[in-house]
Design a protein around this ligand. Structure first.
Ligand code: SF4
Length: 418
């Protein structure tokens, strides 16, 4: 631990966040506790007094980047006595105290499971004063991210998340609504609800659908999005509950990972190809536009399994498919299996990328002639409820919603007749 360091109101905090939107929201939450102790944000590392590194461990690469940034801070810390380094999040959870042995200049370690106790961690460090009135907090922009649950109850055989984040813990719905109201009051028009399996949310009698509807009623909230859902929680009850609410954005990013039921079982995804196709058919009936993630070259994937992924892409008609080569993650069951060669992985990825290329162009073309509500992120460009980018002819106030007819599509941009 470094020397005691009680900052005045000008403690400047530099934040480096790696990974997903949940980490961005977690960084905001951690900063709120620092702000309550008089900290302000800086984007200049040289003038910072404190560095908060919020880390990701989903891939080796993300973890290495965070740890190597930490290593480089040794010199930064020596430049000015009393500087503080906080290493938080998933890599902090996975690597634990071994980090403090290797990097003795690291002051505070706060794993992903401890983020909700971050205030206590700051108090226990003795490096910051007691929390006072809440200070400056980052402006949310048009989209306010609100974490509603942490952890995951699945154990997908390629994924490290459950071992670092633990099982599902749903946050109290009153706290979630308060946070959404705070973000809306600070200017957010759209609230993005976050969780590893976000649609598994259930806290007492409050279901995920209830929560979506309640957040959409918060004054100032025009649209509600959510990520990342899991297919099995899209029940008929959910679809019935959200059907009547136009504030719930009609786009969902739903990772399928493989088109082969055999591979899905070996991945322990909890659904078959048929169940996935049935879920997206029901979602599309409610107007949802669907994007996905696909992994090629899982250790047990045969040529026939891969062909099934290709036919699933044809059947599902995704909006966008993000495709990845399987990459073994140390500490997961799939990393212990016999791996396919890089040559096979690369060939399959090429074939899949050729197949998915143009999917979004087709989806954009299909929007021509429809009427869309566009939330403007600039004076003349914004996103429709189903997540298409739309350019208007006229200018409107940023943050307003305009209802326009789509005149034409060009690549991944729609042009409005307004
Ligand atoms: S659902 Fe599977 S892939 Fe997603 S976080 Fe949980 S274990 Fe990982």
């Amino acid at each position: 631990m470094g020397p005691p360091c009680f900052f005045d109101a000008m403690n400047k905090v530099f934040i480096q966040t790696y990974g997903c939107q949940m980490n961005v929201a977690d960084s905001d939450e951690m900063f709120a506790h620092l702000a309550a102790r008089g900290a302000v944000l800086t984007d200049n590392l040289d003038e910072a007094d404190t560095v908060l590194i919020n880390t990701c461990t989903v891939r080796d690469h993300a973890e290495h980047r965070a740890v190597s940034f930490l290593g480089r801070l040794n010199a930064w810390k020596k430049e000015k006595p009393g500087r503080v380094i906080i290493f938080a999040g998933c890599a902090a959870q996975r690597l634990g105290k071994s980090l403090q042995k290797k990097y003795p200049f690291l002051d505070i370690l706060s794993g992903a499971k401890d983020i909700e106790h971050f205030s206590d961690t700051l108090n226990a460090s003795g490096l910051f004063g007691a929390p006072g009135a809440s200070g400056q907090q980052p402006a949310p922009g048009l989209t306010g991210y609100v974490t509603i649950m942490r952890g995951c109850n699945f154990a997908c055989s390629y994924c490290i998340v459950p071992s670092v984040r633990g099982p599902i813990k749903c946050l109290d719905s009153h706290d979630i609504l308060q946070e959404a109201a705070r973000k809306a009051a600070a200017g957010a028009k759209e609230i993005m609800l976050l969780g590893q399996t976000v649609n598994a949310y259930q806290n007492g009698p409050v279901t995920f659908a209830d929560l979506l509807n309640r957040v959409s009623e918060v004054p100032g909230v025009e649209r509600v999005r959510f990520t990342s859902p899991h297919p099995i929680y899209f029940t008929p009850e959910f679809l019935n509950a959200v059907k009547e609410n136009p504030k719930i954005a009609r786009h969902v990013h739903l990772p399928v990972q493989s088109g082969s039921s055999k591979v899905l079982q070996e991945m322990k995804r909890g659904y078959t190809r048929e169940v996935f196709l049935e879920k997206i058919r029901a979602l599309k009936e409610c107007g949802f536009n669907i994007s996905t993630d696909i992994i090629v070259g899982f250790p047990t994937e045969t040529e026939d399994d891969f062909q099934q992924t290709l036919t699933l892409v044809d059947e599902a008609k995704f909006f966008i498919a993000y495709c990845y080569k399987y990459s073994p993650r140390q500490g997961t069951p799939a990393a212990q299996m016999e791996q396919l060669s890089q040559k096979v992985l690369e060939e399959r990825l090429d074939i899949l990328l050729n197949k998915v290329r143009g999917l979004s162009d087709t989806a954009y073309q299909a929007q021509v002639g429809t009427v869309q509500e566009v939330l403007l992120e600039t004076e003349n460009k914004g996103r429709s409820s189903s997540n298409f980018w739309v350019k208007t002819k006229n200018s409107y106030p940023v943050g307003s919603i305009v209802r326009v007819e789509i005149e034409k599509a060009d690549g991944t941009l729609l042009f409005a007749r307004d």
